[in-house]
Ligand binder design. Sequence first.
Ligand code: HEM
Length: 198
Amino acid sequence: MNLKETLLAIVRQTLEEAPPQTLFRPEDEAAILKVKDVALQAKEEMVKGFYDTLFSHPKTAQVFREGERPAREKTLEGWIERTFSGPIDEEYWLLEAATGVMHLSRGVTFAQGGVMFSWIGEQVARRASSSFSPEDVLAFSLAWSKLTALILGVTQAAAGFAMMQAIGQGSGLEPALVQRLAAQGMSELVEGWRASLR
Ligand code: HEM
């Protein structure tokens, strides 16, 4: 399997692990696409607000390199266009998993990514509420929570794979062995935590 096939297999497995009735469905995609014009009209304003927020806080500002902001604004614009145009298909999940791992490798945390997803969702929901029904805004917000929970989920799965590969390369151990050792070590560790936290 090449890298793309491997990541696709990880994405598929992650999506299969969740109960199907809870997954992102065509009606969720429709709820997001319904407010597309609102999101695209507010794109530039949102991109500016997004990076103003990240640059106003030292712990997020420190992630960026000198002069990087214009490039990041362009990639976020592209992300908004892609997400609000669809399709939310396997290629989308794959792209999100890879992008998520790129973020982690730059030191962006899940918490930082997660809150900024919520930030974008809130910006769109607030603007949509002046021209859409409360039902449409609710449907969008629920779909957005699912979408972003799954983006974090596929990112976590792809990051686990990347970490095992990296430890394997650094240590000379087979990644599958690293994974077994990590899983075994974790259950022992957690037993210890149970004992000390109760
Ligand atoms: C809603 C959450 C976010 C979205 C949708 C988003 C979107 C993106 C996209 C599409 C890219 C380009 C990836 C590529 O090269 O293909 C990117 C890169 C990047 N983002 Fe974000 N981002 C988010 C949150 C954040 C946060 C919270 C930070 C920092 C605290 C951040 C910092 C970066 C950095 C440093 C890169 C460059 C990664 C690299 O190629 O080295 N992003 N982002």
